[in-house]
Design a protein around this ligand. Structure first.
Ligand code: NAP
Length: 306
């Protein structure tokens, strides 16, 4: 298989490349050569700026293109149009953020946003790809993506938190759902699936209490876990999105962690045990981005009442 990866050097694209290489796939990258030059010296990297053109790919043929990081329909139209006759399949990495209503569990047929938000723009990108490729297009809609090289602290905060002593603030209710997909499982789906159309690429929802217990077990800790209700967190002025990582305090987003992933599972998505993700995150951890945790130790102590 000849695979073209648009992007490929940050997080999702990197996992796609690593997965494809492990399968023995012939991989070509297209990017500006800025984010991580030299990351894959053994691979051909075609240099170009996709916001301008992808002319440097003219005359090339690929079985599959994985478009990892398209954020606007105008830019995605450039590659989708240019590659129409030279790739068999176009796989676009979208997001569950396309769904207009996150207060009910999102399924693929549900209404999508039609505005200038991140999700609305992703939905417009999807339409561009669908229009050009029809049943040769796979639209992957991941929820929260976690695992190696995730540069955000949303998931990593939790395993890391159990490396510090002291009672751990847990947000909301122990039964509140957490939902994510390991980037390596997403990558396997992007490269291997033969289905077409939109697919929610998510893991099964798991109780937040189970996720925290798995983090504690992975670090060998015996921390006390203290739950602070959503009402109390909101009353204390904590940001209902990022104030405590993975906590969803806004009722309009109450189903954001209850996304139905059955269509992707039927199309071949498999998800690994959470312990594997936690171990990989701990093994590759280089501390919080910008040196600051999303919830500082001081704020955690204050919210726990001293
Ligand atoms: N993180 C999450 O939880 C989450 C959830 C749902 C969906 N998503 C989606 O997952 C994707 C994440 O993408 P990623 O950043 O991890 O992908 P990536 O392919 O690993 O990295 C981005 C790539 O794009 C290249 N690039 C950036 N600007 C470019 C340009 N103008 N022309 C050509 N190449 C360019 C970068 O290289 P150069 O800089 O060298 O050009 C880099 O290789 C996004 O589509 C996001 O919407 C993320």
């Amino acid at each position: 298989m000849r695979l073209l990866v648009l992007g490929g050097t940050r997080f999702v694209g990197r996992a796609v490349v690593d997965h494809a290489l492990a399968l023995g796939v012939e991989v070509t990258l297209f990017n500006r050569g800025q984010s991580a030059p030299g990351l894959y010296p053994q691979l051909e990297t075609v240099i170009g700026d996709r916001t301008v053109d992808v002319d440097a790919l003219a005359g090339r043929r690929f079985d599959l293109v994985v478009d990892c990081a398209g954020y606007g329909p105008g830019v995605v139209a450039i590659s989708a149009d240019a590659l129409r006759d030279s790739v068999d399949r176009y796989v676009f990495v979208s997001s569950v953020s396309v769904y207009a209503d996150q207060s009910v569990p999102p399924v693929e047929g549900a209404a999508v946003l039609d505005d200038d938000s991140y999700g609305g723009r992703k939905a417009a990108c999807e339409q561009v790809v669908q229009h050009c490729y029809g049943d040769r297009a796979l639209i992957a809609r991941p929820g929260l993506i976690v695992g190696p090289h995730d540069w955000t602290d949303r998931f990593a905060y939790w395993p890391r938190r159990f490396r510090r002593p002291g009672p751990v603030l847990a947000p909301g209710d122990p039964a509140d759902p957490a939902q994510f997909v390991d980037v390596r499982d997403l990558a396997a789906f992007l490269v291997g699936a033969t289905a077409d159309g939109a697919h929610n690429v998510v893991g099964s929802p798991m109780p937040m209490a189970d996720l925290l217990a798995a983090c504690r077990a992975a670090t060998g800790g015996d921390h006390e876990i203290r739950w602070v209700s959503t009402m109390d967190l909101l009353a204390a002025g904590v940001d209902p999105w990022m104030g405590v990582p993975l906590w969803i305090g806004d009722p309009r987003w109450r189903a954001a962690n209850l996304v139905d992933g059955s269509r992707a599972r039927a199309a071949g998505l498999t998800t690994r045990p959470v312990a594997e993700t936690i171990d990989a995150v701990l093994a590759g951890d280089r501390g919080p981005r910008n040196g600051r945790e999303p919830l500082s130790a001081e704020d955690e102590r204050r919210l726990l009442g001293g």
